[in-house]
Every structure is written in structure tokens, then in C-alpha cells.
Write a protein that binds this ligand. Structure first.
Ligand code: ZN
Length: 409
């Protein structure tokens, strides 16, 4: 059985850019190491969710790992909650929160409260409140981010967002998104909770101090992505693989956690342009090769999911130059990683994030699978060159079956 290194470069795919000589950032980037791997791999194009649906990162990656994004996906809230280390039980509802700033009539002034550094103390002030038989707990994440967990009997994640995703408009009233009694009850209690927490937050000493210092107060919980947590068969149960996840950003650790992977932290892996990419690749090799003498006694895994985030962020910024430069940085960090014997190496993206759109798109993404045997002799890692490869627009959900056949052969 071959071991598997599965690399997802978030939002890697792009469209041709005039200033790059009508090449995409990936095509324009100098990537000798990934090109070498491409020559030795089967290549092609992949669409994680097909051409119909807008690809969010979490749904696309759940599909790429062989799960059904329609039935095996609990919503963004539960995945984010797992990603910041929150323990969830089945039927608890988890919701993504951004601490924002609103005016007295609940009009949004800033969706990130002036990018406040920490909401640890503010989260404590509004955590543990009980309304209508539901208890509300707030767990802080990075910066203005947090997660709200609802515990109680007969609750539902079928509720809408309070976050209207723009400034200058009022926060939305929470509505039930199905006709169940549970959703109606949850929406009513949550609405009351958000107003109550606003009353607490606007008088909180930290916010009064911020106002005094001409900073925006973090006085409202903008919520989105509510979902009811449930368990899916783990990677071990589904594929028989002991698996590990190396990621910087919480959402991707959450995906790993949701699928029963062991979350391995690497110093300096922060999900940003400055991330310790070399450290991530070296850790992945160590986890997969720990059967070797030099790694004696170390943890051993069959499968490592390695996630790289900043390509997506730079695409959303429309910064094609920085996206190209970051791809070159990934390639450099990959030096020497691509000639591992008895390995399967998959390199792909969850979706495209074209700089011209500053958003995710349904465009297919390049994928290469190195198995040490099959190859297409395609010389460069790029969207258009890969169109000539073996894989003709495969679906995300079909990748793992293919990888498993290769791993066993
Ligand atoms: Zn993504």
C-alpha cells in the first residue's frame, strides 16, 4: 500500500491576465519543481462541485475527500467551530460569528469592528446566557472571529444569517429557513440573544475604552453559516487510512477534524503569505515516512492532507503579481519533495479564484496525480497545458476512489 500526500492549493486556478502576457499566475510563475512532478504524473482538470454550484472552500474540499457535499456537510458554523478546537456533540448548532460595529439603530458601520485584535474578554461577557431553553456559548477565534454554539433540546440549524454582508444597512432579523417548530423556536431565541448581547457589549468597559480612543467598538455579533453538527464516517472508517491534516487557517483544520484526521501543527504555518511552507512539506514527509530508520519512534500516517491558503486570499485581492510570486514560493518550498518512492502525490486546488473576479469561480482547476507509474509527459504545471492530460474534468467526489486504486496497485 502506497502512502498518500494530498496537497490542496486553495483558489489556485485563475484566468489569463494581460499584464502576464495572457498567462494565468500559475502559468506565468516559474515552477521547476512542480513542473518536474507534472512530467512524472497523470494530469488534467477537475471540478470539485461540478459546473452548477458556486464552490465554497469547505464544500469543495469535503467533495474532494470523497464525501457528498449535499448530505455529509453540516454547514460552515460547525466546521469553523471544530477548526478552533471547540468540542461539539451531535444536534448542537454552531454558527460563525464576526464581532462587528453597529449604530444605535443597528445599521452596520464595520463588519470586523475595526479589525479588533482579540475578542476573548468580550466573548466571555456574552457566553453562557440562557434564553427559551437554549444556552448560548461564544468561543473566540482569531481577531474579530468567533463561534457561537447553541445547546438545548429541539433546536435547529435551519436559520438565516443576521449578517447582510455589507455596511450601511441594518442587520437582518433571524428567520427560520424551514417550517419546523425547532427552527422557529431557535430563530426567536437567537434574535433575542443577539439583542441582549448587543446591550451587554455596548456598555462593556473594553468597548467604552475603544470609543474613548476613537476606535470602533465590537458591539454586535454578526452571525452566518448556522448548521447542526453531526458525525460522518471518519477517513479511517471510509478508506481504512490513518490520516493527518496540516493547515494554518482554522476552517481547514476544521475540515480535517470533521473527517477524523489528526490535526498536526507546524510552527509558523499561519495560512498567510508568510506561512512556513517548507516546514509544512517537511512535516508531511516525516509523518508519511516515519517507518524509516531516521524517523524511528515518530507518529506514522497513511495519508496527509496539506493545505495552502494564501493563493485564494491573493486572488480575492485581485493581486495577480503577488499570487504568481506566492506560487513560486510554494514551488521553492517543494524542492526535493517530489521524488519520493512508493508515494502517491496529489496536487490540486479546491476551486479557482480568478484575480479578475476577486471571487471564487466555477472554472475547472488543474490536478496532477503522481503514482510512480503512469504519466502524461506534460511539461508544465498550468491550467491550459493540463487540459491535454488524462483527466477530463473529473468530479471532486471521484478523486479518492481513483487515488485508492493507485495506492493499492
Ligand atoms: Zn478555497
Amino acid at each position: 500500500m502506497k502512502k498518500i500526500l494530498f496537497i490542496i492549493i486553495d483558489g489556485l486556478g485563475d484566468r489569463p491576465i494581460r499584464e502576464l502576457g495572457n498567462m494565468t499566475p500559475l502559468e506565468a510563475a516559474r515552477t521547476p519543481n512542480l513542473d518536474n512532478l507534472a512530467v512524472l504524473s497523470q494530469c488534467g482538470l477537475m471540478s470539485a462541485l461540478g459546473s452548477e454550484r458556486y464552490p465554497t472552500s469547505d464544500e469543495a474540499q469535503i467533495a474532494i475527500f470523497g464525501y457528498n457535499p449535499l448530505t455529509d456537510y453540516p454547514g460552515r458554523g460547525p466546521i469553523e467551530a471544530l477548526g478552533i478546537g471547540t468540542k461539539l456533540s451531535s444536534s448542537e448548532v454552531a454558527i460563525r460569528i464576526d464581532f462587528g460595529t453597529v449604530s444605535d439603530n443597528l445599521t452596520i458601520i464595520d463588519r470586523r469592528a475595526g479589525r479588533i485584535d482579540s475578542v476573548v474578554e468580550l466573548a466571555k461577557a456574552v457566553s453562557g446566557i440562557k434564553i427559551g431553553g437554549i444556552k448560548f456559548f461564544v468561543y473566540p477565534g482569531l481577531g474579530h472571529r468567533a463561534v457561537l454554539v447553541l445547546k438545548g433540546k429541539k433546536i435547529s440549524g435551519k436559520i438565516g444569517d443576521s449578517d447582510p454582508h455589507k455596511v450601511g444597512v441594518k442587520v437582518r432579523k433571524i428567520i427560520a429557513t424551514d417550517n419546523s417548530e425547532e427552527a422557529a423556536k431557535t430563530a426567536t431565541a437567537l434574535e433575542e440573544y443577539l439583542l441582549k448581547s448587543y446591550e451587554i457589549l455596548k456598555k462593556h468597559p473594553i468597548n467604552l475604552e475603544r470609543i474613548k480612543n476613537r476606535m470602533l467598538p465590537a458591539n454586535f455579533l454578526l452571525e452566518r453559516g448556522a448548521g447542526t453538527y453531526f458525525k460522518v464516517p471518519s477517513f479511517k472508517e471510509k478508506f481504512g487510512l490513518s490520516s493527518a491534516c496540516i493547515a494554518g487557517a482554522p476552517l481547514y483544520k476544521g475540515i480535517g477534524q470533521f473527517l477524523g484526521m489528526e490535526i498536526i501543527s507546524v510552527p509558523g504555518a499561519n495560512g498567510l503569505v508568510t506561512s512556513n511552507l517548507r516546514g509544512k512539506f517537511e512535516k508531511a514527509v516525516e509523518l508519511l515516512k516515519s517507518g524509516e530508520k531516521r524517523f524511528l519512534g515518530r507518529r506514522n500516517f497513511d495519508f496527509v492532507f496539506l493545505h495552502i491558503k494564501a493563493t485564494d486570499t491573493l486572488g480575492e485581492d485581485g493581486n495577480w503579481q503577488a499570487k504568481k510570486d506566492f506560487i513560486e514560493k510554494i514551488d521553492k518550498a517543494f524542492t526535493g519533495i517530489n521524488f519520493l518512492k512508493n508515494f502517491i502525490i496529489v496536487v490540486t486546488a479546491d476551486h479557482s479564484t480568478p484575480c479578475e473576479l476577486k471571487d471564487h469561480s466555477k472554472d475547472p482547476v488543474p490536478i496532477m496525480i503522481y503514482d510512480g507509474i503512469n504519466r502524461d509527459y506534460i511539461k508544465t504545471f498550468g491550467e491550459r497545458d493540463f487540459a491535454a492530460g488524462t483527466f477530463k474534468q473529473i468530479r471532486g467526489q471521484d478523486i479518492m476512489d481513483m487515488v485508492m486504486i493507485k495506492a493499492k496497485s
